[in-house]
Design a protein around this ligand. Structure first.
Ligand code: NAD
Ligand code: DAU
Length: 359
């Protein structure tokens, strides 16, 4: 039995990862440590909360005493560290929480595992692993003809969010180089799929299309993202945990790079199929005031993970978007609960009020 600590497991990717692991691996026990911020919800884990191989602990990764106790009490040998503040627009409105959670929180966790695994360990060091989940945004922004990000691309983060994630990546790397902590890092591109909070582009577009509300496109809509279906991300993380090389980082991407306007238009087309009486949904698209410091283009070179670990994404953009839209159409109750619980309307007014969205 492996004892896995998932931090941030009540959020979007963490909850998908826990579900994926419980479904595919029998020899695993999971402890989920999550502070339940606005972005986390136990609604995301309702179907698995009674699984006897799963345990939820409400708590903050900045709390050294609590993290130490959890790692000791549950005999944790593997940490998969998702917990973070994750939304770029919120980091522009209020960066302080990003510094606290993403940098101090990661530092606190590393200190816990350093003291337990290096100084007071019961098992050989080879049995431990700290896997840090990071983002392609640490590499900054690409020009239209520039080669995609690879693992050795220099860091050049542009938002408080990406700067805080870059700092956390450096700390994880430093704990490996300095203390010999067995770490791996993955930098992934934009995820989408079930259980994503509708502050992010894809669920926001689906939700607004469902409700006939304006679909806000920042700036000229020609920014490019590399879209990764969340289950493909979970599979990649598990492959790295099993077969990745200690001390290495791996890029994970979806092998597609539409512009924002293209992906919004594709979603509107799919919504026309699912709700023909509300077609055409692209009439809802509105160009609004841009995000400050908006990165123009991300693209991931995934040769390393593909050659070393045999991972490539299974979903195409079309298949992943269909699955995602169908999931949101079937989970209207989840959407309502999550919006009420997490003060969604307040965020909508704060972020979109000043962008000039017309009703
Ligand atoms: P999310 O915002 O949906 O979830 C974050 C989770 O962390 C929430 O459950 C929240 O309650 C929890 N959390 C926040 N602060 C905490 C704290 N101090 N202590 C304990 N728990 C805390 O995020 P996500 O989209 O699932 O992203 C997960 C990770 O993946 C993040 O590290 C993010 O940087 C990274 N990532 C995300 C994407 C993406 O497209 N969403 C892409 C690449 C990497
Ligand atoms: O690239 C990986 C990153 O992807 C993750 O590290 C972050 O946690 C995750 O939030 C995401 O960051 P983005 O800023 O790229 O995602 P977001 O969904 O916020 O925006 C995607 C693109 O769409 C971006 O260019 C901004 C644009 N956008 C976004 C929103 C919310 C719009 O045009 N309109 C919107 O209303």
């Amino acid at each position: 039995m492996k004892n896995v600590l998932v931090t941030g497991g009540a959020g979007f990717i963490g909850s998908n990862f826990i579900r994926f692991l419980l479904e595919t691996e029998q020899e695993i026990r999971i402890t989920n440590l999550d502070a339940l911020t606005y972005a986390g919800s136990l609604e995301n884990l309702k179907d698995i909360c009674t699984n006897e191989r799963y345990k939820f602990i409400k708590g903050n990764i900045c709390d050294f005493a609590l993290c130490t106790q959890v790692i000791q009490d549950f005999d944790i040998d593997t940490v998969v560290h998702f917990a973070a503040e994750s939304h770029v627009d919120r980091s522009i409105e209020g960066p302080a929480q990003f510094i606290e959670t993403n940098i101090t929180g990661t530092f606190t966790l590393l200190e816990c595992v350093r003291s337990i695994w290096l100084n007071n360990r019961k098992h050989p060091l080879d049995d431990f692993r700290f896997h840090h989940i990071s983002t392609d945004e640490v590499f900054g922004s690409l020009g239209i003809n520039e080669a995609s990000f690879h693992e050795l691309t220099p860091y050049a983060p542009n938002s408080p969010y990406s700067a805080s994630k870059a700092a956390s990546d450096h700390l994880v790397r430093a704990y490996h180089k300095t203390y010999g902590l067995p770490v791996t890092i993955s930098n992934a591109s934009n995820n989408y799929g079930p259980f994503q909070f509708p502050e992010k582009l894809i669920p926001l577009v689906i939700l607004n299309a469902l409700e006939g509300k304006p679909i806000p496109v920042y700036g000229d809509g020609k920014q490019i993202r590399d879209w990764l279906y969340v289950t493909d991300h979970c599979i990649a993380i598990w492959k790295i945990l099993n077969n990745g090389k200690i001390g290495e980082t791996y890029n994970i991407g979806g092998n597609n790079q539409p512009t924002n306007l293209e992906i919004v238009t594709i979603i509107c087309g799919l919504m026309d199929e699912y709700q023909p009486n509300h077609a055409p949904h692209d009439r809802l698209i509105q160009f609004v005031k841009d995000r400050p410091g908006h990165d123009r283009r991300y693209a991931m070179n995934i040769q390393k993970i593909s050659h070393e670990l045999g991972w490539t994404p299974r979903e195409t953009l079309q298949s992943g978007l269909r699955k995602t839209i169908e999931w949101y159409l079937k989970h209207n109750q989840w959407l309502q609960t999550i919006r009420d619980q997490n003060d969604y309307q307040h965020w909508v007014i704060q972020n979109y009020g000043k962008r000039g969205v017309k009703k």
